[in-house]
Design a protein around this ligand. Structure first.
Ligand code: SAH
Length: 395
C-alpha cells in the first residue's frame, strides 16, 4: 500500500469504525499527519497507531468515507471487484439483463461498499452521480472499472454530479457525457415505458426507488379513482392505469414534470381520457379536491434534508397526511411516503398516526414499505435506509 496522509482519531472515537460504520466525523479527529487535499486517500488510525481503514478525505462534517477496513490500495481492480459484486446481486434480483426492466440502480453508495458513489443504468447508458470529492476525482478510473465489468452492455457514461458535490467544489464542474453519447430516452420498468430525461430530470432522471411500490399500487388500483400527488413524470400513474384504474389524476407543481407524465401515459396507453395531468400545488389541490378519490398516493420530496429542520418537516408531513385523510372516500387506500433520511421510520409512523387522529377516521395499516433491493442498506450504516411508506385503508 502506498503511504497516504494519516488521520489519527481521538481516544475512544474508534468504536464506530470497529463496527464497520463507514464515516469518520470531523469531531473525532485528533490530528492529521501529512498535508491532505480534499478528495485524497487517507489512512485512519486509532490513538495507539492501530490501522482502522482507508478512505476519501473531505472538508465538512463527514471527514472520511471509508472504502476498506483492511489495508489495501484502492485501484481499478479494487473498484471493479466491488462493481462486479454489485452487478451480480442485480443479476440475481432479475434486474440486470432483464428484458422488461432496463433501468435500475447498480451502485448505491454505502449500501454497496462505495460511499459517495451512485451509478444508475438506463438501457445502454450509465449515469454516475458522485456525492464525494474523492469519488469525483477518480471518475475516469471508475468509468474504466465499470466498462471492465459491463463490457458492451453500456455505450455511454453520463456524469451528473454538479448538484450533488459540495457546493464550492461543484461550482467549477459541469454535467456531461464522459464516454459516448446517447439520445436514448425510453426505458422500461416492469414492462412499462418511460421517457427519462437524464440531464434535465430529478435524481439521475427517474425515481428508481419506487419500482416495487408502484407495482403494489397497480395491483390495488382496479376500478379506483386514483390521485397521484407529487406525481413527477407519472411513475405511479402508469402502473395505476395498467392495473385497471377508473381514472388517474397526476398532480405536480412542475409543468415540465406534468408534461412528461402526460407523454408517458400516452406512450403506454395512447390518448386515454381516463388520465389527466394537473399542474398545481399538492396542498392547495387537496384543499379543493372534494371526496372523489379512493386511492391516493402521497410521495412528496424530502421535507427535511438536515436534522435542524426535522420539526418543520414532521409538521409538513402531518398537515399533508391529515388533508389526505380528510378527503379520501370511505374504504379508500392511502399510499404515504417519506424519503427524508433524517425522518426515522418510527417518527414517520407517529406523524401519520397523529394526522389520522386529527381526521378522526378509522385507519388500518396494510403494508409497511421501504426501498427496493437495488438500493441496499449496509447493516452497519442504518442511515442508508431512507425511503419509508405506509399503505393504509381509511374507513
Ligand atoms: N412519485 C414520483 C416522485 C416524486 S418526487 C415518482 O414515482 O416518480 C417529488 C415531486 O414533487 C417532484 O416532481 C416535485 O416537482 C413535486 N413537488 C414538490 N413540491 C410540490 C408541491 N408543493 N406540490 C406539488 N408538487 C410538488
Amino acid at each position: 500500500m502506498t503511504t497516504h496522509p494519516k488521520v489519527i482519531l481521538k481516544s475512544g472515537k474508534d468504536a464506530s469504525l470497529l463496527r464497520f460504520h463507514p464515516w469518520v466525523f470531523s469531531g473525532a479527529i485528533k490530528k492529521i499527519i501529512g498535508t491532505v487535499e480534499e478528495g485524497q486517500l487517507v489512512e485512519v488510525y486509532d490513538n495507539k497507531d492501530q490501522f482502522l481503514g482507508i478512505g476519501h478525505y473531505q472538508k465538512g462534517t463527514i471527514a472520511v468515507r471509508i472504502l476498506s477496513f483492511t489495508p489495501v490500495e484502492p485501484d481499478k481492480r479494487f473498484y471493479a471487484d466491488k462493481i462486479e459484486r454489485a452487478w451480480k446481486i442485480r443479476k440475481d434480483l432479475g434486474l440486470a439483463d432483464s428484458e422488461s426492466t432496463t433501468m435500475y440502480r447498480l451502485v448505491h453508495g454505502e449500501g454497496d461498499g462505495l460511499p459517495g458513489l451512485i451509478a444508475d443504468v438506463y438501457g445502454h447508458t450509465l449515469v454516475l452521480q458522485m456525492h464525494s470529492v474523492g469519488m469525483y476525482l477518480i471518475r475516469r478510473l471508475l468509468a474504466e472499472a465499470f466498462k471492465e465489468v459491463l463490457g458492451n452492455r453500456i455505450s455511454a457514461i453520463y456524469d451528473k454530479s454538479e448538484s450533488t458535490l459540495p457546493y464550492l467544489f461543484s461550482l467549477k464542474e459541469k454535467d456531461g457525457f464522459m464516454e459516448g453519447t446517447s439520445d436514448e430516452c425510453i426505458s422500461l420498468e416492469s414492462g412499462n415505458k418511460f421517457l427519462v430525461d437524464i440531464p434535465g430530470g430529478q435524481k439521475t432522471g427517474f425515481f428508481l426507488d419506487q419500482r416495487e411500490n408502484r407495482q403494489l399500487a397497480g395491483k390495488l388500483a382496479r376500478g379506483k379513482n386514483v390521485l397521484n400527488l407529487f406525481g413527477y413524470t407519472g411513475g405511479f400513474s402508469v402502473y395505476a392505469l395498467k392495473g385497471g384504474a377508473n381514472l388517474v389524476h397526476t398532480v405536480d407543481s412542475s409543468r415540465q414534470a406534468v408534461d412528461l407524465a402526460n407523454k408517458n401515459m400516452e406512450l403506454n396507453f395512447g390518448k386515454d381520457p381516463r388520465h389527466t395531468g394537473i399542474v398545481a400545488d399538492a396542498f392547495e389541490y387537496l384543499g379543493s379536491a372534494g371526496n372523489k378519490y379512493d386511492l391516493i398516493i402521497l410521495d412528496p420530496p424530502a421535507f427535511a434534508k438536515h436534522n435542524e429542520v426535522l420539526h418543520n418537516a414532521l409538521q409538513g408531513y402531518k398537515r399533508l397526511n391529515a388533508k389526505a385523510f380528510s378527503v379520501i372516500k370511505p374504504g379508500g387506500i392511502l399510499f404515504t411516503f417519506s424519503c427524508s433520511q433524517v425522518v426515522s421510520r418510527d417518527a414517520f409512523r407517529k406523524t401519520v398516526f397523529t394526522a389520522a387522529a386529527i381526521s378522526k377516521r378509522q385507519v388500518r395499516v396494510l403494508y409497511q414499505l421501504s426501498q427496493p433491493p437495488d438500493h441496499p442498506v449496509n447493516i452497519y450504516h442504518p442511515e442508508g435506509e431512507y425511503l419509508k411508506g405506509l399503505v393504509l385503508v381509511v374507513e
